[in-house]
Design a protein around this ligand. Sequence first.
Ligand code: PEP
Length: 258
Amino acid sequence: MRKPLIAGNWKLHNTVQQSEQLARDVIEQIGQTEEIEIVIAPVFTALAAVNTICKNSNIQLAAQNCHCIDSGAYTGEVSAPLLADVGCSHVIIGHSERRQYFGETNQFINAKTKAVINTDLTAIICVGETLEQRESGELFDVIASQVKSALADITATQMAQVVLAYEPIWAIGTGKTASSEDAEEVHAYIRGILYGLYGASIADKCRILYGGSVKPNNISELMAEDDIDGALVGGASLSADDFAAIVRYKKTLKISPQ
Ligand code: PEP
């Protein structure tokens, strides 16, 4: 059984004070549950402050990116060990906005994944196709190439520190969600790649999140699919009410107050 994981990507939003308030609201709204893993990813400058707020909750902290080298003359970069130092347990790697606006290649994403794993953190690796790629029939080739390159030289043991996120680029921040069937088709395909690379026991354990306009009204349907193990949520994670409603997608979820 894979434990569902719901991650909120706050992107480039919120001051330290606003991030602290949102974290407090999320903790209060969600309460305590053992059944779902919950991760939030504020901006770099708010990580330490939000870590202090999340310390006595079961909410874990992620960074939205990191550099592939631990330290040195890399002005403006932040490394995985420095993220661990401020309390991060996860790092989002290869988000489509990083690929699109900052020219991140599959090779660079693989190097970052290794840096995250070598720091004993968990990498949430994002993959996804553009609308043009989907419409021209390249979807599966693009996904296979992104998944295989990101995981190059990652061992079966290290896969315990990997979560994959399928995020069709045309669905991010657009209000368009892939239908649960379309999403499941790609998730099952990704799991098939993992079977080929690592065998059944690793492939069956690896969580594959869906991302792309996930909201309280579509999460249940997505989570009902066999290979969708959680969500990477952008816009809706900026509202504590919406994020909490997404986390509480399962009517039977046991939640106790914080
Ligand atoms: C994201 O940022 O990863 C994302 C999926 O955004 P949104 O939920 O706003 O589409």
